[in-house]
Design a protein around this ligand. Structure first.
Ligand SMILES: C[S@@+](CC[C@H](N)C(=O)[O-])C[C@H]1O[C@@H](n2cnc3c(N)ncnc32)[C@H](O)[C@@H]1O
Length: 497
């Protein structure tokens, strides 16, 4: 009998998990922490089932096979990559692009009579990012038809690339898209999907490219004006991030810009880029002249431009002496938070705590910083310290869902389950969409053998996670995305049936 479902497969042993994990890491840069054992097993089981293989070691030999291994590895990558994205994700970055970065690039190009724009969306997933870039250019360039625009979009997952080429999306993908763009650039189809305008689609070319293992041939992958690589290296180990960012630096033309995800930073990764804080976004500029002229200052600081000022000040002035006054030290509040958060995401809790604590010292009323610090301490199992931070949060903001949720977690870890239940219920009372609280309640009910209540909570969790997949709860999900959490809830439900 061919294997039918996950129960037909044995669990992955620690050694087997590490063997798969290390192979995936070597070949893609993606690093799967131990808590991802289950999601890796699910992915591997899916492919083993398709090949009627029941033994992990046999499957591993196929995966690493000199001839057939490459295709099989691509299939595995399709299943283990995180492809979450949407149009105009992180709108602040698109504001920065329209209001400061593009005008700066255009002016530099005009000075030398160059009418080409080369843009790379690296780790483009299903295409929302490069298409958002294309639409932004159409709306920002005074005469787009006079420019030769190349937008290259690459990814390591062949599945997302083929979806991207189709250019049709569910409504959810447009959740951050201004209505004006939806009206102008999308057509609603009979099946309720939204297909992007052909002109926009033709501005983007899609291609398979692995950022970690493949070289970036200068001719094809060089001379970029703009590189977007957002929410990709977040899953990499530090060494791979360094390699990728250094390659980007080499690949950008002087004066070009790099955009990375808002939870990512180049701190301790690359100190050649000039960080710029534009409105609510961080962007990084390659500006060799600024580096040479003002090495110490430029490297140690963050350049600030607010949009109001940017309208009257030439944006390029960010690297000029007058604008130098805007450079501030890296211990800026936003920068510190970004650094602390980045360490937290990478589960480097010691460093994360250090940066977050520094921030609470210079800005004692910063609720986000206290929440982050409490979350770090919870993850480290330091209940006393976590409790102290949570008290500060709830003093500052008595109705903070995050504060009450953290308090619930601390109580749960201390075995004070009645108190934990009370806090999780309070969270849901304040914010019904905080789906993770349903999962905690369900787990507690399950351990208390209260099956009916547990089933009710798991069902509410599944509905809530599907409805609000990127809610406030995500910071507490230990890197799990909603699909994995839903899967876990379903399994627990099946066990309760
Ligand atoms: C979370 S999505 C980000 C999509 C988009 N950049 C955004 O921010 O909305 C991350 C993408 O990076 C891709 N990726 C992961 N490792 C990669 C690698 N080594 N080379 C190229 N792409 C990679 C994944 O397949 C996935 O589609």
């Amino acid at each position: 009998m061919p294997p039918m479902n996950d129960n037909d497969f044995p669990p992955l042993t620690t050694e087997q998990f590490r063997e798969f994990r290390d192979y995936i890491h070597d070949k893609s840069g993606i690093f799967m922490d131990d808590y991802k054992t289950e999601s890796l097993r699910t992915a591997v089981n899916t492919l083993m089932r398709q090949r009627d293989i029941l033994d992990y070691d046999v499957y591993f030999r196929l995966l690493t096979h000199e001839i057939h291994g490459d295709d099989e590895f691509k299939r595995l990558l399709d299943l283990v990559t995180v492809n979450e994205t949407c149009f105009f994700r992180n709108p602040g970055q698109f504001d920065a692009l329209r209001q400061v970065v593009l005008p700066d690039i255009l002016r530099a190009k005009e000075e030398i009579g160059d009418r080409t724009l080369r843009i790379w969306s690296a780790g483009c997933s299903t295409g929302e990012e490069p298409y958002s870039l294309a639409m932004t250019l159409l709306e920002t360039l005074p005469k787009p038809e006079e420019w030769r625009i190349d937008i290259l979009a690459t990814d390591v997952s062949t599945h997302v690339l083929s979806e991207a080429q189709k250019g049709c999306y569910r409504k959810r993908a447009l959740r951050e898209t201004p209505a004006y763009y939806v009206r102008k650039y999308f057509k609603k189809m009979d099946d309720e999907s939204f297909c992007i305008d052909r002109g926009v689609r033709e501005m983007v070319s899609f291609s398979y490219h692995n950022l970690v293992t493949e070289r970036y041939p200068a001719l094809v992958l060089g001379g970029w004006d703009l590189i977007f690589c957002r929410n990709v290296t977040i899953y990499f180990q530090l060494e791979s991030v360094r390699k990728v960012m250094n390659d980007f630096y080499m690949g950008l033309r002087d004066g070009g810009y790099l955009f990375i995800g808002h939870a990512e930073s180049l701190y301790k990764i690359n100190d050649e880029f000039i960080p710029m804080h534009l409105g609510s976004a961080y962007v990084y500029k390659k500006d060799t002249k600024a580096l040479i002229n003002d090495l110490g200052e430029a490297k140690a600081g963050i350049c600030y431009v607010d949009f109001a000022a940017a309208k009257s000040v030439r944006p390029q002035a960010a690297s000029r002496p007058a604008e130098r006054a805007r450079f501030r030290r890296e211990e800026d509040k936003t920068g510190l938070y970004a650094m602390a958060y980045e360490h937290f995401i990478k589960e480097d809790f010691g460093l994360a705590a250090r940066e977050a604590a520094k921030l609470t010292r210079i800005d004692p009323d910063n609720v986000d910083a206290h929440v982050l610090l409490a979350n770090i301490y919870v993850n480290q199992g330091r209940a006393d310290r976590a409790m102290k931070e949570v008290s500060v949060v709830l003093d500052l903001q008595p109705m903070s869902t995050k504060g009450h949720y953290l308090l619930g977690l601390i109580r749960e870890k201390q075995g004070q389950l009645d108190e934990a239940v009370r806090e999780f219920k309070r969270v849901l009372y304040i914010d019904r969409s905080f789906a993770l609280a349903h999962v905690n309640l369900a787990n507690i009910y399950r351990t208390r053998h209260m099956a009916t209540d547990a089933v009710k909570e798991y069902n509410s969790a599944i509905a809530g996670l599907a409805q609000n997949p990127r809610g406030e709860w995500a910071d507490f999900a230990g890197g799990f995305l909603e699909d994995v959490l839903i899967e876990i809830c379903k399994r627990n439900l099946a066990q309760l049936a």
